[in-house]
Design a protein around this ligand. Structure first.
Ligand code: PSU
Ligand code: MN
Length: 305
């Protein structure tokens, strides 16, 4: 055990053998998707990473113990159990000392991945600057961890529950590059494009690994966002999804939803409004991100071995 981390045997072996590893978050399981789709997604995404030749490490806190790599039973428990905490940086002290169970967000997962020595991470979407943040101050902690930790986060951009323009500005201030994988435009999660440009486009996972190596070997700390558009076949109609998001935002404000409950509330509302279509897209884009993250981890690993 290092820093009181429990390393799953598969992950421990991969770390010892310096093999490529991809971190996965668990908030997406406990708070981002309904049961039992969440279990299937969590198990399938791990297998996709293995098929590519890398090792998955899903991260969570189980009864106060930080786990890097989960068993099937652990995943089932996180997916089913009510009252699992949503853990970002400010929640670790409480959840660990009170021996609670928590699912880690992008920020929480990045912190643990960094402690374990893992620097590639696949997820669906990152948190960011929420619409109306000038009033609510709702800016995800995810952006701060991206600013300080050497982590490459592969995502499908961000949902337009966020203000994409302000999120890009914030990332620029923090020195985090947003790289478009085979795209010049920032993908907006359910759709392949948005009106915003990424900072740089790279078409090859090898080139992304070279960028990370160039940045980190210079001693420049901080993460990079790799924005990977959802596969065409699963992308959703702009109008359908935009209307669903508007409706969900309105309901959240009417019901006075605040703080860490905002994102999970919006995700489940959007799913309800789109009759489940958004869920299928959400799952497919996670798989797509895992595939790319594994390729990046393998390419980056060549620098280390
Ligand atoms: N965006 C999604 N799905 C998710 C999340 C974001 O499309 O499941 C989760 C991630 O775990 C992310 C967290 O780190 O929500 C951000 O929450 P908040 O906005 O409260 O910082
Ligand atoms: Mn928030």
């Amino acid at each position: 055990m290092k820093h009181n981390l429990y390393l799953h045997p598969e992950v421990k072996k991969a770390l010892d053998e310096k093999r490529p590893i991809v971190a996965l978050e668990s908030t997406i399981i406990s708070h981002g998707m309904p049961y039992p789709d969440n279990v299937k997604m969590a198990l399938d995404v791990e297998n996709i990473i293995r098929e590519q030749g890398a090792v998955p490490a899903t991260i969570a806190i189980l009864k106060g113990i930080i786990h890097v790599g989960l068993s099937k039973d652990d995943i089932e428990y996180l997916a089913k159990e009510k009252g699992v905490f949503k853990v970002g940086k400010r929640d670790f002290g409480y959840v660990i000392s009170q021996k609670k169970t928590g699912a880690t967000t992008v920020s929480g997962t990045s912190i643990i991945a960094n402690l374990a020595g893992i620097n590639v991470f696949a997820t669906g979407g990152i948190g960011g600057v929420h619409r109306g943040a000038q009033e609510t101050f709702d800016i995800s902690r995810d952006l701060e961890e991206l600013a300080s930790l050497n982590i490459c986060v592969v995502c499908a951009g961000a949902k337009s529950i966020l203000d994409l323009g302000l999120t890009l500005e914030y990332l620029e201030t923090k020195g985090v590059e947003v790289i478009g994988y085979q795209t010049d435009l920032l993908p907006a999660f359910y759709s392949r494009t948005s009106p915003y440009k990424v900072n740089y486009r790279l078409d090859d996972p090898e080139d992304i690994a070279n960028l990370l190596h160039a940045k980190w070997s210079l001693g420049l700390t901080g993460g990079a966002v790799i924005a990977n558009p959802i596969p065409e076949a699963f992308s959703m109609d702009h109008q359908v999804i935009d209307q669903a998001i508007e409706k969900a935002l309105l309901e959240a404000s009417e019901q006075g939803i605040k703080g860490q409950h905002v994102t999970p509330f919006l995700l489940s509302k959007i799913k309800e409004i789109t009759g489940g279509e958004s869920l299928e897209s959400n799952i497919e884009l996670v798989y797509n991100n895992a595939r790319l993250a594994a390729k990046i981890a393998i390419a980056l690993n060549r620098y280390e071995t």
